[in-house]
Design a binder for this molecule. Structure first.
Ligand SMILES: Nc1ncnc2c1ncn2[C@@H]1O[C@H](COP(=O)(O)OP(=O)(O)OP(=O)(O)O)[C@@H](O)[C@H]1O
Length: 205
């Protein structure tokens, strides 16, 4: 299995666990929808899977090993709010190339126009900014994607374009993916399997 969640528990305080004894696995080529009501720990679990938070108990394994604590993490997270994921004092070229330097063909595929590279973050629309955030985490070392409500704030046409490009890269590279969404319709459309988090989470079921 590519990504394994083994008996993971997590609480922001010692008093209350948000996630308790959660276990599941996702293989290469799978796109797993993670669904559940608001506040049930979907985003928290995404942060644990990307290595931003450490489990209180249990472990997250990638290709059989714990996630690296230094260097590049092969499991990368795309957020709902791209503007919160970038340094507003940097121009877009610096934001993008901090991670890797995609060639022109890749930028074209992602729908990034060359002149946007010289703009500040506040000079882009939400959809344009989300394209940068997606391009930034799709460097060659990325093997697994976590998409946490990545298209919720976009209009339907931009949503469709963003999903088309993400799915094309994920399929081309045979990556694994977890899609956090409130939309059953989106999960049914883009995922190969759906996990109902409350059913796995002993803290909430
Ligand atoms: N940094 C934090 N410190 C303390 N509590 C937090 C923090 N982040 C989230 N929580 C709490 O953890 C619980 C789970 O939040 P989380 O964002 O993971 O849920 P979610 O299922 O993604 O919700 P939504 O669908 O509304 O985005 C909530 O009760 C939330 O208030």
């Amino acid at each position: 299995m590519l990504l394994e969640v083994k008996n993971v528990s997590f609480g922001y305080s010692k008093k209350e666990l948000i996630l308790k004894d959660v276990s599941f696995a996702v293989d290469k080529g799978e796109r797993v929808g993670l669904v559940g009501p608001s506040g049930y720990g979907k985003s928290t679990l995404s942060k644990l899977l990307a290595g931003y938070l450490a489990p209180t108990e249990g472990e997250v394994l990638f290709e059989g090993k714990p996630l690296p604590t230094t260097g590049y993490c092969p499991v990368q997270l795309i957020y709902q709010h791209p503007e919160k994921a970038v340094n507003l004092r940097w121009k877009m070229r610096q934001i993008l190339e901090e991670s890797w330097t995609p060639d022109e063909g890749f930028l074209q595929k992602i729908g990034i126009e060359k002149q946007w590279l010289n703009r500040w973050p506040n000079e882009l629309s939400g959809g344009e900014m989300q394209r940068f955030c997606i391009a930034r985490i799709l460097g060659p070392q990325t093997k697994f994607l976590l998409a946490d409500e990545i298209s919720t704030m976009l209009d339907v046409i931009t949503q469709a374009q963003i999903w088309q490009l993400v799915l094309s890269v994920v399929e081309e590279r045979n990556m694994g993916m977890i899609v956090v969404t409130h939309s059953e319709a989106l999960a049914q459309k883009v995922c190969t399997r759906i996990i109902d988090l409350p059913a796995l989470n002993a803290a909430r079921c």
